[in-house]
Design a protein around this ligand. Structure first.
Ligand code: CDP
Ligand code: CDP
Length: 220
């Protein structure tokens, strides 16, 4: 069983998916974290030539697990859970994610993972490219203004140098790259249920989506 949520950065996908996973006792998969992990590895290797980097990607041993409200990611035994949340990774991830080899690697990993359990997963192309036969598809959205404020509120306690303007520019530029890339762009699937979270509380959207899930999916 797989439920997917796609949408632009900061629309609420990951935090809503986590809460739904907790309340329905299913697993959570954060596909963006996997693209961030690859980006981290590329940055750590000092930005090597992409052709060589992608050629070696299949040898990377990626592991992912959701527990204690956290989506843990490891690569070759190194815990990347916190290291993938930096501005440096955010600034390069859309570029890395636009490459076919990166998408192939992440997609194979995800398709294997979800075979073992019931999942709710969030990303950009899950309903259109990765899981076109998903049991249920959502597309979450909110205004750029609201998404930037939310992301800024999350980041300001750990990075005091960050400004609302920087966050807004990063979201705007990532959305543009994600929507316009050739390989599996961010796009609403024709059969996705749209949830616009502008002006909604977190609890309102969680309840609304759980009620749609219960109407449409047999979760046991
Ligand atoms: O949480 P946030 O919206 O900041 O982004 P994320 O979900 O961590 O995803 C980071 C980046 O990974 C996105 O901006 C996309 O470039 C890429 N991504 C993708 O291409 N396809 C996915 N299914 C998920 C993420
Ligand atoms: O995964 P995505 O990038 O779409 O968003 P996120 O990482 O879940 O971040 C959204 C942030 O906005 C979180 O801090 C949520 O608690 C907050 N938020 C929300 O998702 N929905 C609301 N209606 C209000 C706030």
């Amino acid at each position: 069983m797989i439920i997917v949520i796609d949408g632009p950065a900061g629309s609420g996908k990951s935090s809503t998916a986590k809460e739904i996973a907790n309340r329905l006792s299913i697993q959570f998969l954060d596909s963006g974290a996997l693209y961030r992990a690859i980006t981290y590895l590329w940055l750590k290797a000092d930005k090597p030539d992409k052709a060589i980097f992608f050629e070696n990607l299949p040898t990377v041993k990626l592991q992912a697990q959701y527990r204690d409200q956290t989506f843990f990611v490891q690569a070759n035994g190194e815990d990347l859970t916190r290291k993938i949340r930096t501005q440096d990774v955010a600034d390069h991830v859309s570029e890395i994610a636009s490459h076919k080899a990166a998408r192939k690697f992440v997609n194979e990993f995800m398709r294997n993972l979800v075979q073992k359990d019931a999942y709710i997963a969030d990303g950009r192309d899950l309903g259109t490219a990765v899981f076109p036969d998903a049991d249920l598809k959502f597309y979450m959205d909110a205004s750029l203004e609201e998404r930037s404020k939310r992301r800024f509120d999350e980041m300001k306690s750990s990075d005091s140098s960050i400004t609302l303007k920087d966050v807004k520019e990063n979201l705007r530029s990532r959305d543009e790259k994600d929507q316009n890339r050739k390989n599996d762009p961010l796009k609403k699937a024709d059969d996705a249920v749209v949830i616009d979270t502008t002006g909604k509380t977190f609890e309102e959207q969680v309840r609304e989506m759980i009620s749609i899930i219960k109407e449409n999916v047999n979760i046991n």
